[in-house]
Design a protein around this ligand. Structure first.
Ligand SMILES: [Zn+2]
Length: 411
């Protein structure tokens, strides 16, 4: 048995032997600790969050814009994949979505990049009829040419529902015009509104948004307001809309009222077009889609004015309708795939000509009928009239104007 002295000695010896091991363990713990702290610092751990602002505040609008543009591209890309290769392959749009601070955004093809106006300043009198600039979008084949207008001072001039500038009070203001498709495409108009003139009598204005001209003001000639002459029993006008044999008729003689707005394709038209699309795919392997369908009175006004600014009114009247005279306002019209003359004679165009009647559509402006329809041949523009009428019109070989024995001429 070892004595107590021996026990103590043995313990001391043991401790002396283990000491270096303990020191090494402590050193190891220290090294690991330092390494961990360094790593956490390096990757920007939680302790750094409040002291290092990595994103500038402007990142929000940038991100939002990029998202809008991305959505537009998705649509455009979908379309371009299904469009026949009649045009040069469109460049693929790219985006700097993930870049932290850059605002560089490549726009989808055929997006408005800038705009020109027919005037950039105007002097008006309180009580004058509203005016509007002709807006010419660049590029001139931009797909979405809708604009938005804002007044810097609504006590001086207000924007009417149909995007006209209406002077309401003396003073100066800026009308800011921007493209809906690209808010960076803008233009400003400086407006100066002076007091009433002698030739104009203006009623007291209760609200600045009222249109304030009276009969004393000489208004520009407004052909839309002329009711078509009705001499036939089968022509019926209800709420300013003309029906012949029960078919809603819209052409250069028979306009729609500005207020007529189904706000999209009618349900019958939409359903019939779905069936047509399916049949084209199943029977002929063709991919048909709506390039554009419903256009409101106002949208048409902008479209037409743009064409007039580019080609002159006489030429524009051959292929584009004046506001109120466009069949697109009915919600029963679709421009299929590619509304350009390269679509005429294409397999898709031929298929529509031979088959769209089965689904209640007619090719509205057939080849060789310009003197009746008032428009050049448009293989892509189909109009829903219902299956019974569509078959009868197709079988007759006549265009709608001939079939209904009506004219299509601007007054
Ligand atoms: Zn059309």
């Amino acid at each position: 048995m070892p004595s107590s002295n021996q026990k103590e000695r043995t313990l001391k010896e043991k401790m002396q032997r283990s000491l270096p091991l303990i020191i090494m363990l402590l050193a190891l713990i220290l090294v690991i600790g330092v390494t961990v702290v360094t790593c956490v610092k390096a990757i920007g751990g939680t302790s750094n969050k409040t002291t290092t602002p990595q994103q500038p505040i402007e990142v929000h609008p940038v991100t939002e814009t990029a998202i809008i543009q991305t959505t537009a591209t998705t649509t455009e890309t979908t379309k371009s994949t299904t469009t026949r290769a009649t045009t040069v392959a469109k460049p693929k749009a790219t985006f700097a979505l993930l870049a932290e601070t850059t605002t560089t955004i490549s726009l989808p093809p055929r997006t408005v990049s800038s705009m020109e106006l027919s005037f950039y300043q105007a002097v008006m009198n309180v009580g004058d009829a509203p005016i509007f600039p002709v807006v010419f979008m660049i590029p001139d084949d931009a797909l979405d040419i809708r604009i938005k207008m804002e007044s810097s001072d609504e006590a001086v001039a207000v924007i009417t529902d149909d995007n006209k500038i209406s002077p309401v009070g003396e003073g100066n203001c800026i009308i800011h015009v921007s493209a809906v498709a690209n808010p960076y495409a803008t233009a400003d108009i400086a407006i100066r509104v002076e007091g009433k003139t002698d030739s104009v009598t203006t009623p007291e204005m209760s609200t600045p948004s009222q249109t304030t001209y009276t009969t004393a003001v000489e208004l520009p000639e407004d052909p839309e307001e002329e009711e078509p002459k009705i001499e036939r029993e089968d022509i019926v006008v209800i709420n300013g809309i003309t029906y012949v044999k029960g078919i809603m008729l819209v052409n250069k003689t028979y306009p729609l009222p500005e207020t007529y707005n189904p706000a999209g394709m009618t349900p019958e038209t939409e359903q019939a077009f779905k069936e047509l699309q399916q049949a084209a795919k199943d029977e002929a392997g063709l991919n048909l889609f709506s390039h554009s369908d419903f256009r409101s009175y106002h949208t048409q006004a902008v479209v037409y004015e743009g064409y007039c600014a580019r080609d002159g009114q006489e030429e524009a009247d051959r292929y584009s309708a004046r506001a109120g005279y466009s069949e697109h306002q009915t919600g029963m019209v679709i421009d299929v795939n590619d509304p350009s003359y390269s679509f005429n004679g294409s397999p898709e165009g031929e298929w529509l000509a031979e088959n769209s009647w089965r689904f209640g559509f007619i090719v509205r402006f057939p080849e060789g009928k310009e003197e009746y329809t008032g428009y050049e041949y448009e293989a892509w523009h189909i109009r829903y009239v219902g299956k019974d009428w569509a078959k009868e019109i197709y079988d007759s070989g006549l265009c709608l104007e001939e079939f209904l024995n009506v004219k299509s001429q601007y007054p």
